[in-house]
Design a binder for this molecule. Structure first.
Ligand code: ZN
Length: 389
């Protein structure tokens, strides 16, 4: 905020957001009168703002909830399920995915294509992602949704302009991603950051400070402190996969030795367990196969050593296991928790919760789509101006 007086237009922008979020966060659809009471705005002001939000496709009126007492109950207001929606896209080493999330946060479309993305190179991979985006847009339009924008999750270091400086496991360097998409505004972010934001906004009751660990072929982390993503001074925090577990360990793709990825990355686990994929690993772990249980325990131990260092440093209250770690959490969690118990100084009186991601393996792509939708919820005036012009 500036120090100057608030312009009338800014006030309206602020109040539009206030009213929209009342409908978004309420346990049951609020009426115009409920919103006026909760915000201290006048009934007339709320009504005018609600009319604008309905006209812009952001709110919808629903049948009133019956209530006791005299008088006709007023219509309730909910976020529109046929208004603007967010497109989430994800590039990972062994799959591409897309999803559409509506304004209310419901996933309306999902598409995953599993294939090794390393041989293709950036041009081919980005062309395939553009194809996924076009399919998702067609699907969204059939459901009466309008894509407001897209966010793309990548496993690497991304500049604020969306240039992928380095994605070691894809072999990408200095790839200008937004330039590959025309006609659709695309923001690009690190996949673990988007997944951590998805986790943060997945529902009430979650921790406000946590480390989200994204287990894929690489290992990324999203650091959330007091409800805010901590990106680091240059936006490149969270490279947990390249934290050293053993300084004299095997060589890593990054050029260093003994990085966590070499012990707990997806390929390292599959190799140790002689498994063909995550689902194979999960099924064989469930049947109690000792070699598989041993491989998962060893990966969990290495992960726990690295994560305990982060917890000692940042004092987060929870560690969320995401990506392929989510379905494998029953077998990874005990070893991770044991390392935290023995290495984190404060654990005796303030234990750290180790839990699987509520969004599961889709956290990054759902988080990406959710980030588009949250921008509209936080700044509805921008969307309304766009639809009017
Ligand atoms: Zn490394």
């Amino acid at each position: 905020m500036t120090d100057g007086p608030v312009r009338q237009a800014s006030l309206r922008e602020h109040n539009l957001g206030l009213v929209l979020r009342q409908a978004a966060n309420a346990l049951r659809p609020p009426s115009r009168a409920d919103i006026a009471a909760a915000t201290s705005l006048t009934r007339a002001t709320v009504s005018a703002l609600v009319d604008d939000l309905i006209a812009g496709g952001l709110l919808t009126e629903v049948e009133p909830t019956p209530r006791a007492g005299a008088g006709r109950p007023a219509a309730g207001l909910v976020l529109s399920a046929s208004g603007p929606a967010g497109l989430g896209l994800e590039i990972n080493v062994d799959y591409l995915s897309a999803c559409v999330v509506d304004l209310a946060g419901t996933v309306r479309h999902r598409d995953v294509r599993r294939a090794d993305q390393r041989p293709g190179g950036p041009d081919q991979v980005l062309a395939e992602v553009a194809g996924l985006a076009a399919d998702a847009r067609a699907h969204a339009e059939r459901e009466g949704l309008v894509l407001a924008g897209a966010a793309l999750a990548v496993p690497g270091l991304v500049t604020p302009e969306g240039v992928v400086r380095l994605a070691p496991n894809l072999g990408w360097r200095d790839v200008d991603v937004p330039a590959a998409f025309d006609g659709l505004p695309v923001t690009v972010d690190n996949e673990a950051n988007l997944a951590a934001l998805g986790e943060l906004h997945a529902g009430p009751g979650g921790p406000a400070s946590f480390l989200y660990v994204s287990g894929e072929i690489g290992i990324g982390a999203g650091i959330v402190l007091h409800g805010t993503l901590f990106r680091g001074a240059r936006g490149w925090s969270g490279e947990l996969g390249h934290v050293a577990v053993r300084p004299d360990g095997p060589a890593c793709r990054c050029g260093a030795r003994g990085c966590l990825e070499q012990y707990a990355g997806q390929e390292a686990i599959l190799r140790a367990a002689a498994a063909t994929g995550t689902e194979d690993l999960r099924v064989r772990a469930e049947s109690g196969e000792l070699a598989v249980l041993g491989a998962l325990a060893a990966a969990g131990e290495a992960l726990g050593v690295a994560v305990a260092g982060v917890v000692n440093l940042l004092d987060v209250e929870a560690v969320v296991l995401g990506g392929v770690y989510a379905p494998l959490a029953p077998w990874l969690r005990p070893a991770v928790a044991a390392e935290i118990r023995s290495r984190v100084l404060t654990d005796a009186w303030s234990p750290v919760d180790v839990r699987p991601s509520v969004l599961g393996a889709d956290a990054a792509v759902v988080g990406a789509a959710g980030s588009v939708v949250r921008t509209i919820r936080n700044h509805p005036a921008r969307w309304l101006t766009r639809t009017v012009s």
